[in-house]
Design a protein around this ligand. Structure first.
Ligand code: CAA
Length: 717
């Protein structure tokens, strides 16, 4: 795991643990053994630690966290490095993260390639740097940067890291040779002044001021997450305590966090995110299907979604046509894209250079004839099946035979769109979430005809544009919206039965959702949800009138439509489920008119208002979705619970510290969830979404936790 060699007077400890050289037990032991060998060897005057393959160690081995701790841990290994009288140089390339950066900070010198990045991403795993990182980084960078790096987990490019004092020199060429050359230049130098444990934390007397600012920031930015709060506490101790006491304090906090439910959920989410990249569909999978190269893209429609999608494509450095039917819409689209790019530059998300280059790749046009040679087209017009079919037929006539045709749709069946073309195997759904330039989820949808190559192409495109792509089978609403539909319906039913919109919102926000369902509706516009409901009703062949409440064996509410018809279209109209008068119409406030609308509505329906508990709100909103999630698995729309959880984490901003709805259900206990679903099914027999999932019933009855389900074919239906 650590290859040892001596080059002249320099010993090289080359970590060899693919793919990311994680600091597993064998690596830690290898480093300790290598250090001891190099210390004893009189020929050796300096030591280099580097990583073989693509990176310097990218951290501790996360998979080891769930098992018993095995010595040597990183801190004693690091202490051995730091105490060495022979200079030790960390030669960094790739991603030097977490325990990897801690190891580098134990070394006396750090050199890096310009392309390297360093950081402490532990916070994203629900923990903190647990090998003295919270004590060593502030000694190098000062407190404000240490607070920022450790609480945000951001990856810092090498040149920036040099400005912070983390990197001593940017080197070029082969990293091992560069490391050895640097090591030779420091042979004979005393290591004592280079030992960080002996350094004072700069500006330590102002620690309270910096800690207060950092704490206020994490509480606002990472509401509900425990790890950032602990990170602040650990870094703060670096200035108030001795180095050794600071490390001891860090270890205590590390242990508490490590055993918390949040850490386990966040680590589950880390591996789930990687797992969804290993997709499967009839006829192929991520291993066997090869994506076709995509060098140019076209987006049809310059509305909110189309421009957002174009920004994603352009930011990834791909040329992108933007197609609109008239110059007014096209000009608006160009303006929106430029404004979004400028906004990203101002926020520091992209550099001015990248922003300018991306904008220069935009090719606005009103002619489909320009699209003959593009590799991939994304149709992003509004949800109207006839219009989408018309566009697909046109694209099929004009584009070269190899062009992949994608529809950005949130629910329309891809088979029904693809039928308009002679290339159904090259038709696929790509569901972006609003705002498309910001939300990380890309739900890719294959139809009965989509080829694995086409699926592979959109999965790869998703990664290229910085999204987390999840592949699902086409059905009404696909994974995300199908599963989210009961969430929306139940929230309205609760309000009909007696809860107030702001009560439902508060319960869900306390649960960890960034915004309650009624605020979300106001933000996206009640007219939009009204149109989507009407389009879905059309697809299902049901008629939804104001009076209809039970159609096709299910309960529907027309409250959104009712409010929309009263001009309460949401935030843009100054009123919806809330009213918006404060702070330029951005702050929702309780509206008495909504209370009387609800009272009237209940009277008309003969519903007697009742008190609804927070627990019922959580169960009705979430358990109904979880039940649908199990049906999605049952039907093979998604292959694994991880695909569902990732869709919720990145599509609906479900709190990561709860892992996702399926992980959450497993934590609550599948039997408990199943029992409550049965109870609600008895109470609301006309709501289809309460019909219990057979898979959930089987898992609950046989007491099989979800983690075991995939490995337990007997539990499969
Ligand atoms: N431990 C175990 N496995 C890891 C790992 C780690 N620290 N980091 C990555 N892997 C695994 C991934 O699960 C994946 O495995 P599969 O191929 O089986 O799916 C494989 O390595 C490749 O990972 P990615 O697909 O993510 O590769 P990438 O090139 O897209 O990204 C990366 C590379 C930026 C390093 C990314 O993997 C990453 O962010 N890793 C986590 C880094 C991290 O959080 N480090 C801190 C660890 S905790 C710690 O160090 C505690 C401490 O203070 C001592």
């Amino acid at each position: 795991m650590v290859d040892y060699s001596v080059n002249g007077s320099v010993a090289l400890l080359l970590v060899n643990n693919p793919p990311v050289n994680a600091l597993s037990y064998a690596v830690r032991k290898g480093l300790a053994d290598g250090m001891s060998k190099a210390t004893k060897d009189k020929k050796v005057k300096a030591i280099v630690i580097a990583g073989k393959g693509r990176t310097f160690p990218a951290g501790a081995d996360i998979r080891e966290f769930s098992g018993p701790k095995r010595d040597p841990w990183l801190v004693p290994v690091g202490n051995g490095i730091e105490q060495s009288g022979k200079p030790v140089v960390a030669a960094i390339h790739g991603t030097c993260l977490g325990g990897g950066l801690e190891m580098a900070l134990f070394c006396h010198y750090r050199v890096a390639l310009k392309s390297a990045k360093v950081g402490f991403p532990e916070v994203a795993l629900g923990i903190l740097p647990g090998a003295a990182g919270t004590q060593r980084l502030p000694r190098v960078t000062g407190l404000p940067i240490a607070f920022d790096m450790i609480t945000s987990g951001r990856h810092v490019p090498a040149e920036q890291a040099k400005k912070y004092g983390i990197i001593d020199e940017i080197v070029t060429g082969d990293i091992v040779n560069a490391g050895i050359k640097y090591a030779m230049s420091v042979v004979g130098h005393s290591t004592i002044p280079r030992r960080l444990r002996g350094r004072a934390v700069p500006d330590a007397e102002n620690v309270q001021k910096y800690a207060d600012a950092a704490m206020a920031q994490v509480k606002r930015k990472y509401k509900g997450f425990e790890a950032p709060v602990y990170c602040v506490k650990a870094v703060q101790a670096s200035a108030g305590k001795s180095y050794d006491l600071g490390v001891e304090n860090e270890q205590t906090l590390f242990k508490v966090l490590g055993q918390s439910g949040q850490a386990r959920a966040q680590q589950y989410a880390f591996f789930a995110e990687r797992l969804v990249g290993k997709w499967e569909m009839p006829g192929g999978n991520s291993q066997t299907a090869k994506p076709v190269p995509v060098k140019s893209v076209a987006v049809i429609g310059a509305g909110t979604m189309g421009t957002g999608i174009a920004v994603c494509i352009l930011s990834a450095g791909l040329p992108c046509y933007l197609v609109e039917q008239n110059s007014k819409f096209l000009d608006n689209g160009i303006r929106t894209i430029k404004a979004l790019m400028e906004g990203s530059v101002k926020l520091g998300k992209i550099s001015l250079e990248v922003g300018r280059r991306a904008t220069s790749l935009l090719k606005p046009t009103m002619s489909y004839d320009d699209l003959t040679g593009v590799d991939l087209v994304i149709e992003a017009v509004y949800e109207n099946i006839d219009l989408k079919k018309e566009i697909f037929a046109k694209l099929d006539r004009i584009c070269k035979p190899s062009t992949i045709l994608c529809s950005n749709t949130s629910s329309l069946d891809i088979d029904r769109i693809a039928v308009a073309t002679k290339r159904p195997e090259k038709c696929v759904g790509v569901h972006f979430f609003a705002p498309a330039y910001h939300m990380k989820l890309l739900e890719n949808i294959y139809s009965t005809k989509t080829s694995p190559e086409t699926a592979a192409t959109v999965m790869k495109l998703g990664k290229t544009i910085g999204k987390v792509p999840v592949l699902v089978k086409s059905c009404q609403g696909f994974l995300a919206n199908r599963m989210n539909t009961p969430f929306g319906n139940e929230s309205t039913f609760l309000v009909e039965e007696g809860a107030l919109p702001w009560e439902v919102d508060q319960v869900m926000e306390d649960f960890g959702m960034p915004m309650g369902p009624f605020k979300v509706r106001d933000l996206s516009g009640l007219d939009i949800s009204m149109k989507i409901t009407a389009e879905i009703a059309k697809t299902l062949g049901v008629t939804l009138t104001d009076e209809t409440r039970f159609v096709a064996g299910s309960r529907y509410s027309h409250m959104n439509t009712m409010l929309a018809k009263k001009g309460r279209l949401g935030r843009k109209a100054g009123k919806g489920w809330y009213k918006y008068e404060k702070a330029g119409g951005k702050i929702p406030t309780i509206d008495d008119e909504v209370i009387s609308i609800l009272d009237n509505h209940r009277r008309n329906l003969g519903i007697e208002r009742r008190t609804i508990s927070s627990q019922e709100i959580i169960e009705r909103l979430l358990y109904s979705c979880i039940n649908e999630g199990f049906k999605i698995l049952e039907e093979g729309i998604a292959k694994r619970p991880e695909e569902i959880d990732i869709s919720w984490l990145y599509g609906f901003t479900f709190p990561k510290y709860l892992g996702g709805p399926m992980y959450y259900a497993n934590q609550v206990g599948l039997s408990r969830v199943y029992d409550r679903i049965c109870y609600y099914h008895e109470t609301f027999p006309y709501s289809k979404h309460w019909v219990p999932s057979l898979l959930l019933r089987r898992l609950s009855e046989q007491n099989i936790p979800m983690s075991q389900w995939m490995a337990s074919p007997g539990a499969k239906l």
